[in-house]
Design a protein around this ligand. Structure first.
Ligand SMILES: [Zn+2]
Ligand SMILES: [Zn+2]
Length: 147
């Protein structure tokens, strides 16, 4: 997802791109399906030898409930501030490349399938949301599993 530096006029421009995760190199990450789509909306400003981007990236984040480990897919928007330094001979910046890097470094919030998820029994491992537990392990309801 390259942007020509000279297209960034004074006053700035807004770009709005929709790309598949795999098109910006997100091919085997747990938090995103490579065939899913990201929308990247960015305001770009040129300041001296920098391009400053304020981007909102919307995608479906794949996650697991921190208690019962159920798989979750949730629409997420991340706000990113990205600076590109460029040399006079540079023609392009690669926004997709940097969005990938930022997402790889990003901290995804701990997720719960629902606020009152009972989690898994520490003793027998049953999902306490759906099955009664018959083991004798003490139940600590609402405890997070450590991955
Ligand atoms: Zn859960
Ligand atoms: Zn149990």
């Amino acid at each position: 997802m390259k942007i020509r530096i000279r297209d960034i006029v004074s006053g700035g421009i807004r770009v709005d791109h929709t790309v598949k995760a795999q098109e910006i190199g997100l091919v085997e990450e747990e938090f995103i399906d490579p065939d899913s789509v990201l929308r990247i909306v960015a305001d770009l400003q040129k300041v001296n030898n920098f391009v400053l981007a304020k981007a909102n990236v919307t995608f479906v984040a794949e996650n697991h409930c921190a208690r019962c480990l159920e798989r979750l897919s949730r629409a997420t928007t991340m706000a990113l501030d990205i600076d590109f330094e460029f040399a006079p001979r540079d023609e392009w910046i690669d926004l997709g490349d940097r969005v990938r890097e930022e997402l790889l470094m990003g901290v995804f919030p701990r997720a719960l399938c629902r606020e009152d998820c009972k989690g898994l029994c520490q003793g027998c491992g049953v999902d306490l949301n759906t099955e009664p537990c018959e083991c004798k392990a003490p139940h600590k309801a609402g405890q997070d599993n450590k991955e």
